[in-house]
Design a protein around this ligand. Structure first.
Ligand code: SF4
Length: 719
């Protein structure tokens, strides 16, 4: 490539999935602008998206990018540059030996919601179809598996029923557990526009912190962490009393309401207000606005999902929508927002330990047989694989010997970092497939496989509203980096030879061939995309699923006919009961720690941390505390404090914040390795906020409770 050109892509940060136009001079990215034709953003970009080109700076590429394969043959030796051939031979030999000695469940893959759908598809087929293990999970387990479980339990399929356009039609927008202004900024601008266009629109925000999103709300419910189920059940209780439920809809299109009705009788306004720490008046107002509105749309994210009762929180909110018939019509619906750019694509191909292609279930023998037939293999294993946290526990226990990590940084992002890092040290072989060699996880890699990244890749992603975007590379591959799907396919073919398989099940020469095979797996399923092709996506632009054969457009919103993809065709109420957080505060650990995203950073900052101007909003990590707690402990703004949980400790500057209740603490999720204060203090063996967080899991979704841990906060003594 040697001429200036423009190529369409999507922003590689959040699940809004904004379209971008990448400008290159043929050798490097020189600019980026919003794609005015992309239906997610119509040309707008937030601070992260509009600085994407700066992350592709050539000097940075040399410093931060993984450009050549590396491996170490001695466990304590250094990684040395190696050829792709040598690395692949080594990996195939180690996999074959390990599987032969310990069985297929002795290996595992931990992948990412930042991979493209085609990458995800190949890794999933490699693990479940070729090797015969379901030990493949993704960092999306940390952000949306409770939403998957909530949708499936209630509506029968993992499909967000609403779309971005519903923001324009809503009379009430209920934002629960989402700082949309920071985490999904372009969607939030759409809410701001809707408020300008509809002065009667009411925005309700439920969040333990007075975030920027909460500050602008018409009604803010500052609930105590983890009390969401009580809030939603309480709102339903009020809707029942005030005749705001739709009895005809419940009778015609749902089942299980009688049992839930008995449960929510106990969720009186007084009990709920006391449990959630809000006023009864505000609770009544929220329930009345939500139930009486012509169209209520809920937007929710990690505040619901990252919880030991995340599935129940999702289901309780969906219960509320079903009972009041706030679903299946313009401006209404329970709309879970995805955190990562392609968490949805991973769900579509079944790239999680408990799922199979095209929203099929691992536990369903017919589904396993269908996938085996589609893949051309004898069977797909029935034993559930290890989910993210379980996987690293199994590595630590020695049950999993080899882990292949692609495009994610578990040495920073998983909870209980002490355990995760011990696991990475303990594993017999750690393979890290990465674009950046600067992540904490790369330090543990025995083999480093350099991968392409944003602006270099070709394939598809699906955003929060089920919209698939196809894009092509704007730049050539740097150094010896290869596409993620190419690496997986090359390894799979070599492993097939080692296994003496007669013919390959990975016959792909292009990324489009992978997508076409994925498309065929969706035939007749809720996410059927058999009417789509790469050519249609290119000619007609991004499209929403379902888009079955013969369709001329995707479906904006689901369940408008009141028919749900369950055995009975009816939606199911789940009998949701409030459970307190897994680790309640006590005298030793009296603070409720919550974690979250800051406005201008992304995950572990491997990309956003390379742009100086993105530090203007927050230049260093800190812990936010209420003014009351600061005064009680004689802590001044900027003083260093120890924040300690049962699992680890951090030293951070304390910042007084009006956003916090007394007894709460908040730390941004982005900083990882030891924080050096410049004042003689270093974090004592810290690895970011996840040194503190809890590995407690939701029993259904296996999503960890990253949003709550009990901690103590003590002022640090100066040396
Ligand atoms: Fe990128 Fe999300 Fe910002 Fe859009 S809103 S530009 S997808 S970070």
């Amino acid at each position: 490539m040697s001429e200036a050109r423009e190529a369409k892509a999507t922003c590689c940060y959040c699940g809004v999935g904004c379209g971008v136009i990448v400008q290159t001079d043929g050798a490097q990215v020189v600019g980026v602008r919003g794609d005015p034709e992309h239906p997610a953003n119509f040309g707008r970009l937030c601070t992260k998206g509009s600085t994407l080109h700066l992350t592709a700076d050539p000097v940075l590429q040399q410093q931060a990018r993984a450009l050549f394969p590396e491996m170490r043959l001695m466990r304590d030796g250094r990684r040395e540059r190696a050829s792709w051939d040598a690395v692949m031979d080594h990996l195939v030999q180690r996999f074959a030996e390990t599987i032969s000695l310990y069985g297929p469940d002795s290996v595992a893959f931990y992948i990412s919601g930042q991979l493209l759908t085609e990458d995800y598809y190949v890794f999933n087929k490699l693990a479940k179809g070729l090797i015969g293990t379901n030990n493949i999970d993704t960092n999306s387990r940390l952000c949306m598996s409770s939403a998957v479980a909530g949708y499936k339990q209630t509506l029968g399929a993992d499909a967000p029923p609403a779309c971005y356009e519903d923001i324009d039609h809503a009379d009430v927008i209920f934002i629960a557990g989402s700082n949309t202004a920071y985490a999904h900024p372009i969607l939030y601008r759409r809410i701001e526009d809707a408020r300008k266009n509809n002065p009667d629109l009411k925005v309700i925000v439920a969040d333990p912190r007075r975030t920027d999103t909460a500050r602008e709300a018409d009604l803010f419910l500052p609930i105590l962490p983890g009390t969401d189920v009580a809030l939603f059940n309480g709102m339903l209780h009020i809707c029942l009393w005030e005749d705001l439920i739709d009895v005809a809809y419940i009778e015609a299109h749902t089942e299980g309401f009688a049992e839930l009705k008995r449960t929510v009788r106990d969720y009186t306004p007084k009990y709920v207000a006391d449990t959630c720490g809000i006023s009864e008046d505000d609770l009544l107002t929220a329930a009345r606005w939500f139930g009486a509105s012509k169209a209520s749309l809920s937007l929710y994210c990690q505040g619901l999902n990252q919880s030991a009762s995340g599935t129940a929180k999702n289901a309780a909110l969906i219960n509320l929508h079903l009972a009041t018939h706030q679903i299946g019509k313009p401006g209404a619906g329970p709309f879970s927002l995805t955190g990562q750019p392609n968490a949805m694509g991973g769900r579509e191909v079944g790239g999680l330990a408990n799922l199979l292609s095209a929203h099929r279930d691992m536990g369903n023998p017919e589904h396993r047989a269908e996938v085996a037939r589609l893949w051309g293999v004898d069977e797909v294993p029935s034993k559930p694989g290890k989910t993210a946290v379980e996987m690293f526990e199994a590595i630590r226990a020695g049950d999993i010997k080899i882990v292949w990590i692609a495009c994610t940084n578990p040495a920073q992002s998983l909870p209980d970092q002490k355990l995760v890092r011990e696991a990475l040290k303990h594993a017999e072989l750690v393979i890290v497939q990465e674009a950046y060699k600067t992540t904490a996880t790369v330090d543990y890699a025995d083999v480093l496989l350099p991968a392409t990244t944003w602006s270099e890749k070709e394939g598809t992603v699906t955003n929060s509203e089920r919209r698939i975007t196809r894009f092509k590379p704007a730049l050539s591959k740097p150094g010896e980096a290869r596409h993620d799907w190419e690496i997986a396919v090359e390894f799979a073919r070599r492993l097939e030879i080692a296994m003496e398989n007669a013919a390959t099940i990975f016959p792909y020469a292009t990324v489009e061939e992978i997508w076409n095979e994925h498309r065929e797996t969706t035939r007749g399923r809720d996410l059927d995309i058999t009417g789509l092709s790469y050519a249609i996506l290119e000619e007609q632009g991004p499209q929403q699923w379902p888009f079955p054969e013969g369709a001329t457009a995707g479906r904006k919103r689901l369940y408008e006919d009141g028919i749900f993809p369950t055995a009975s065709g009816r939606a199911k109420f789940v009998n949701t009961v409030y459970q307190p957080v897994a680790e309640p505060v006590d005298a030793r650990y009296p603070f409720r720690l919550t974690t979250g995203r800051l406005r201008d950073q992304w995950h572990g900052m491997s990309r956003s941390g390379t742009v100086a101007q993105l530090f203007a909003h927050a230049s260093e990590p800190s812990v936010a505390l209420s003014q009351t707690d600061m005064e009680r402990r004689a802590i001044r703004n900027g003083d260093l404090v120890h924040v300690t949980s049962r699992r680890g400790s951090q030293i951070l500057p304390a910042i007084a914040s009006d956003d916090m209740r007394a007894g709460q603490a908040f730390i941004g999720m982005h900083w990882g390795e030891e924080y050096v204060s410049g004042r003689g203090h270093e974090g004592s063996g810290t690895c970011g906020v996840n040194a503190l967080t809890s590995p407690a899991l939701d029993p259904s979704s296996k999503q960890p409770e990253l949003k709550h841990a009990a901690v103590k906060v003590l002022k640090a003594e100066l040396p």
